[in-house]
Design a binder for this molecule. Sequence first.
Ligand code: C2E
Ligand code: CA
Ligand code: CA
Length: 255
Amino acid sequence: MAGNIAITTEDLKEAILKDRLLLHYQPQFTPDGAGIQCVEALVRWQDPERGLIPPRLFIPLAEKTGLVAELGSWVLRRACRDGIAWPGISVAVNVSPLQFRDPGFVDFVRATADSAGLPFSRLEIEITEGAYFDDIERAQNELRRLRALGISLALDDFGTGYASLTYLRRLPFTKIKIDKSFVDECQTVGSAAIIHAVIALSRALGLKVAAEGVETPEQQRFLRAAGCHYLQGFLFSKPVPAAQIAPLLMRLSAA
Ligand code: C2E
Ligand code: CA
Ligand code: CA
């Protein structure tokens, strides 16, 4: 897919209206690769002319125009509905910080999971560390309300933003996702030291740690020995259509 296709707000509106979005799911595995804890919903846009458009080409536009609220609602509804077919597995949904500005966000999440029949304990919300909360106290309250329901909260892209430690101290996250850039360089002394420190910090805070973008057996070995709880990346599985998750779970449980 060409990286420079022109996308307009009208195109995106139409894509949402005409149901041209779809979700792929990428599993997070136990460090030995034998089990799946969670699948992350990743949105794509299936355009009749341009083919499958990746989120980096339209999420920024959606955020700029406010359409991300509509897009995010669609993603959450679909992910909750898909998720009920995978017992014992959580579904993780990426949420844009703009969605939090809606005072009805927590109620919407609750109602959506409820009407799909997805237990709150099987829903995880991912918030990127690059997210800027203009009102951290409000964010704290909203996230606490989600936690009180039993919904898990992951701090995504950890290490790439500017507010990591403040967020960890003030917001009730349950999981840290170490960014791919550290995993890529985990053979270097600097990144290895940072990964060890992040895992020690997370464990001290009682959080789970997932590593993103794991591509090689060497990275798996390192992250497993370092004590990561979950691994996600092309080494185990690319993001795949919903229909491929149940067979994958069956294959793993039969092994
Ligand atoms: P993210 O949340 O950090 O998602 C992980 C991205 O890394 C995904 O790209 C995934 O395909 C890719 N990835 C996973 N494992 C590997 C690997 O081993 N190697 C490499 N090279 N890449 C890997 P994707 O699906 O293109 O999504 C890009 C970003 O778009 C996501 O980054 C997320 O920030 C955003 N996004 C995706 N879906 C949604 C959504 O529903 N709502 C919002 N607000 N953002 C979304
Ligand atoms: Ca994510
Ligand atoms: Ca990430």
